[in-house]
Design a protein around this ligand. Structure first.
Ligand SMILES: [Zn+2]
Length: 127
């Protein structure tokens, strides 16, 4: 089995295929679903699998999910008004185009680095 490496000899950290992840470990997303966070612990293992084949390169990328120990996880910090404001400001910044400074209902695509309007028409900036 290609991705079965419980000792980490091949991959550096204990590695499992998707269906064989050990008990007591969870991804960040799974912890979150239980109201937990990793609490500063390091990744203890990973799950590797093949993603969908890239239609251009015909390569099947190797995808990874990092696992944390559930027993070392801690409850998510409760939202305080200060944290709520900080998160709101961060979300607002992510929805604001750095070029035209318009705040949109969607997050500015990091691949473009600006709103689609600015990406389509860079000349409009100079005008
Ligand atoms: Zn823009």
């Amino acid at each position: 089995m290609k991705f079965y490496d419980p000792t980490g000899e091949t991959f550096g950290i204990p590695t499992y295929p998707r269906r064989l992840a050990p008990e007591g470990l969870a991804t960040r997303r799974q912890l979150r679903a239980r109201g937990l966070r990793p609490n500063g612990q390091d990744v203890v293992a990973q799950i590797l699998w093949h993603g969908r084949r890239d239609p251009l390169t015909r390569v099947r990328p190797i995808r990874a999910a990092y696992l944390y120990r559930i027993d070392l996880a801690a409850p998510v910090r409760p939202m305080t008004p200060g944290r709520m404001r900080a998160v709101a400001a961060m979300m607002r910044a992510r929805r604001t185009c750095p070029d035209c400074h318009v705040t949109y209902d969607f997050v500015i695509p990091t691949s473009l680095g600006c709103c689609p309007g600015c990406a389509d028409d860079p000349a409009a900036l100079a005008a």
